[in-house]
Design a protein around this ligand. Structure first.
Ligand SMILES: *Cc1c(COP(=O)(O)O)cnc(C)c1O
Length: 360
């Protein structure tokens, strides 16, 4: 069976060269006589893997020296609890922008821990846009300000970061990390599940400004305490070893391609191919306000539920898999993360044009 173009929102495609390399090294990693899956995380050979993955992250994302990179578990969803536990430690207040399903979950979870305010929401618009922000709603004494930068389910993204003054900005970047350059110094903390753009599921990345660490609430479970993890180089306990190894290979692949500038160019090109087609199609439409369109998750509809379903079924048969929209939204969603080749998007658009011709 030839490899399909997998438009899944996550877990999602990995670069073929990374998979090949992992296959080559499966039984004998660099003459160690063992697979990375079998190694002690305290061994020299494994330490080289985890530390070079951290170094590559730092290099590729241009992470300033006063930030810590943590390799955790539990997914982005666990950080919805860890964030208030670690950072809601001054006034006990936090501001959240509610721009989709994951930010709603983060907002609801944080309410268990303190005075949490939704400073803006686009729920009334079906999350088809990033809400307008009114700075007079922001609380200057909040311990942090939380956004979900790219809304995976709805296909929207912040094209510009909110100006939070002195309040640390905390961003869920699960579905946009490594997709383009980001100015890390503008964030207090960013976090991401790896399974969209970085590695297989199991690894969660947190990048946190060092001065914000060390004030977690006393009740914070030790495994959720970022300071404990930072102080132990993310090896307080067994880290998700194999996922970190794949992360390292993916970072090497990004470097070979030309880093995040090159990645952005590729991703913008892919997104433009799709959006240009959607804007000119008589059948397919993007429901998202154009200034807020994600370059990672492109949502679209064909007009009727019947056509949506027929399109998804036909696409699947033609090798464009997982293109069905999230169950809560319907329609279609093409997730076109880093590893999706330009060719995959071009072929999808050809397929859409053919479908449109045959069904109108
Ligand atoms: C996928 C996703 C999550 C959930 O991630 P898990 O690792 O499954 O917990 C949270 N936020 C965003 C933006 C996502 O895309």
């Amino acid at each position: 069976m030839p490899r399909v173009f997998n438009f899944s929102a996550g877990p999602s495609m990995l670069p073929e060269s990374v998979l090949n390399r992992a296959a080559e090294e499966m039984l004998d990693y660099k003459g160690s006589g063992q697979s990375v899956m079998e190694m002690s995380h305290r061994s020299k050979v494994y330490e080289e893997i985890i530390f070079s993955a951290m170094d590559l992250f730092k290099e590729i994302m241009d992470i300033p020296d006063n930030y810590k990179i943590l390799f955790l578990q539990g997914g982005a969803s666990t950080q919805f609890s860890a964030i208030p536990l670690n950072f809601m430690n001054g006034s006990g207040k936090a501001d959240y922008v509610v721009s989709g399903q994951f930010s709603t979950k983060a907002f609801q979870e944080a309410q268990k821990y303190g005075d949490v305010k939704a400073v803006a929401s686009s729920k009334a618009d079906g999350f088809s846009r990033i809400p307008d922000l009114d700075k007079s709603e922001f609380r200057s004494d909040a311990d942090y300000f939380h956004i979900c930068q790219n809304n995976t389910i709805y296909g929207t993204r912040f094209s510009e970061l909110p100006d939070t003054g002195g309040v640390p900005l905390i961003a869920d970047v699960s579905s946009c990390i490594l997709s383009e350059p980001m100015d890390v110094s503008k964030y207090g903390v960013m976090y991401a599940g790896a399974q969209k753009n970085v590695a297989p599921a199991g690894l969660t990345i947190v990048i946190a400004r060092e001065d914000l660490l060390g004030n977690a609430r006393d009740v914070t479970p030790v495994m959720l305490n970022y300071k404990t993890m930072a102080d132990s180089d993310s090896m307080y306990n067994t880290p998700p070893c194999y996922s970190i190894y794949i992360c390292k290979l993916v970072l090497e692949w990004i470097k070979t391609i030309g880093g995040l500038e090159a990645m952005r160019e590729r991703n913008v090109r892919k997104a433009s191919v799709l959006y240009d087609y959607l804007d000119n199609s008589k059948m397919f439409k993007s429901p998202v306000l154009s200034k807020d369109r994600s370059i990672m998750n492109v949502t679209f509809v064909a007009g009727t539920d019947e056509l949506n379903k027929k399109f998804c079924d036909n696409a699947e048969k033609a090798g464009f898999v997982n293109i069905k929209g999230h169950r809560s939204v319907g329609g279609m969603r093409a997730s076109i993360y880093n590893a999706m080749p330009v060719e995959g998007v071009e072929k999808l658009v050809e397929f859409m044009a053919e479908f449109e011709k045959n069904n109108s």
